[in-house]
Design a binder for this molecule. Structure first.
Ligand SMILES: C[S@@+](CC[C@H](N)C(=O)[O-])C[C@H]1O[C@@H](n2cnc3c(N)ncnc32)[C@H](O)[C@@H]1O
Length: 261
């Protein structure tokens, strides 16, 4: 990871951000105003999930993790404080709420998350009980913690698949159900990102979306984002800096935007 690269990307992003006056498509205009920029005045419905996050941020238990993704500098087993994992690995509340708004707005029901971690974002994705959320995690100690969280929240609409995405994802995708919302937040490297995308893109519903996390985290993630936002099956994209959204509906006519959250 290069800090210099991230700072340069951040400035580039802000130089290129556009607002609603530059949006010509009615779909993207609505998305911008009703989903991206919409403030959530009522925070109470997610209060219990945020209470759990706050507890994790204070939790000094040491867990042995086996991180298979690029966020860890070591791919071997590593001891980490739970508080540190909660601080560095999870999507922030504002993005979790954004994902919930996208799910509601697109009426997504079949949801997939690559990279469960402690399950905080998963609980947001599963907040609407009409959804079915499948989430993948490869680190056994983390899986056990996430499962206790799902049990505590009685989240019967979450299914956690244990194991390495490299071997498990293609089997899961044999399931013919089309995916409406996918959060790619596991292995933050170019090659696996492209490989997972190629598998996922064939299973996306026409109105489906893929959210890619950390698109400006490194040069290789930035390259993956640039290539995927121009992929032949992608008909629209929105770069929100922390994450990017890819759309698969041909009616979108290849619109690409850079917005601030
Ligand atoms: C950034 S965290 C996910 C954060 C979570 N989506 C959230 O917002 O709360 C990435 C997780 O993906 C898992 N992971 C990375 N590579 C993986 C792989 N190849 N197979 C399965 N899990 C993987 C890691 O163990 C880690 O817990």
């Amino acid at each position: 990871m290069s800090k210099f690269f991230q700072i340069k990307s951040y400035f580039n992003h802000w130089l290129n951000v556009v607002d609603e006056h530059s949006i010509h498509s009615p779909f993207f205009f609505d998305l911008y105003n009703k989903v991206i920029k919409k403030a959530d005045p009522d925070r109470s419905e997610f209060a219990s999930i945020e209470e759990l996050r706050a507890n994790l941020l204070r939790n000094k238990t040491v867990v042995t993790i086996n991180d298979l993704g690029a966020k860890s500098p070591h791919f071997k087993k590593e001891n980490r404080l739970l508080s540190k994992i909660a601080e560095t690995s999870l999507s922030p509340e504002s993005y979790c709420r954004l994902y919930d708004r996208i799910i509601r707005y697109t009426e997504a029901t079949q949801i997939l998350e690559l990279g469960t971690s402690l399950g905080i974002t998963t609980l947001y994705l599963a907040h609407n009980k009409n959804t079915h959320v499948t989430t993948f995690e490869g680190s056994p100690s983390i899986i056990n913690i996430a499962l206790t969280h799902f049990e505590r929240f009685k989240a019967a609409n979450i299914e956690l698949i244990e194991g390495n995405l490299d071997s498990e994802l293609s089997d899961y995708l044999l399931n013919p159900a089309k995916l409406d919302f996918v959060l790619m937040d596991a292995n933050h490297r170019y090659e696996p990102t492209m490989r997972y995308f190629n598998l996922l893109s064939r299973r996306m519903a026409e109105k489906g979306v893929i959210v890619m996390d950390d698109i400006h985290y490194s040069e290789e993630m930035n390259l993956a984002w640039k290539e995927l936002s121009k992929h032949q099956l992608v008909y629209g994209s929105v770069d929100l800096f922390r994450c990017g959204i890819l759309f698969f509906d041909p009616a979108m006519n290849r619109q690409h935007y850079i917005w601030s959250v």
